[in-house]
Design a protein around this ligand. Structure first.
Ligand SMILES: Nc1ncnc2c1ncn2[C@@H]1O[C@H](COP(=O)(O)OP(=O)(O)OP(=O)(O)O)[C@@H](O)[C@H]1O
Ligand SMILES: [Mg+2]
Length: 207
């Protein structure tokens, strides 16, 4: 599902990622472990097409992230380490906005899914409040709700549990696990977690 071939990314003289190759099959949970500045976020940003590799190639679902980026991105949900939200939208409006970014997904099933996600993340009662009034954890939960909206085949999360309360951490893990198990024939989740779980195969950065 994910294939990285000899990824190197430099910033001037600094080698942030040095000749990284790996393959992650469908249905697998995968994590990067490494100290600060090891190159985890740089790898993730290259993987989702936000950074151009200095050399090497990256494929998601068989699509080259640099060349076939529209097709590759259609398969991916990406939650960055510092997610961006529009403060002047409500949670409901934000989900409608994200929904509109994915062609062909504006059907009646989507309304039920939005309702279910807002409920599951405990945001139903707050769905018409402006995001600027949300706490950090509420924002994080909204970002997760939006990430599940287009039923991604690959989920890429940078520092996934930061800011979530224990209940929400449990909920997110459960949702990822269910998704991975339920549709393991065509679903795959690729998460960057700060700690090890049994279900996760880690990649370690050594410096
Ligand atoms: N846009 C950039 N310009 C210059 N240097 C950068 C840039 N982005 C990252 N770096 C450098 O690349 C190295 C790897 O950074 P990266 O953010 O990938 O680390 P990380 O493993 O995600 O660390 P952390 O655990 O702190 O999130 C660091 O030395 C960082 O300073
Ligand atoms: Mg990082």
């Amino acid at each position: 599902m994910i294939k990285i071939e000899h990824l190197t990314k430099t910033f001037n003289d600094l080698v942030a990622v040095d000749d990284l190759s790996l393959e992650i099959p469908q249905g697998e949970f995968f994590t990067f472990l490494g100290p600060n500045a090891a190159g985890k976020t740089t790898t993730i940003k290259s993987l989702v097409g936000l950074l151009r590799p200095t050399s090497g190639r990256i494929f998601v679902g068989g699509y080259d992230v640099q060349k076939d980026y529209i097709q590759a991105k259609a398969l991916i949900s990406y939650i960055p380490d510092f997610p961006f939200l529009y403060d002047k939208l409500t949670a409901r409006e934000f989900l409608d906005f994200v929904d509109g970014l994915y062609p062909g997904r504006n059907n009646s099933g989507q309304e039920a899914l939005k309702f279910e996600l807002l409920r599951a993340f405990g945001l139903k009662a707050h769905q018409d409040k402006l995001i600027e009034n949300y706490s950090h954890g509420m924002r994080q939960k909204l970002v997760f709700a939006a990430a599940f909206l287009h039923e991604p085949r690959v989920m890429i999360i940078d520092e996934p549990m930061v800011g979530l309360d224990p209940h929400s951490v449990h909920l997110v893990k459960d949702m990822l696990k269910k998704k991975g198990q339920g549709r393991s024939d065509d679903f795959s989740f690729y998460a960057h977690l700060e700690y090890r779980r049994r279900i996760i195969r880690p990649y370690r950065y050594y410096r």
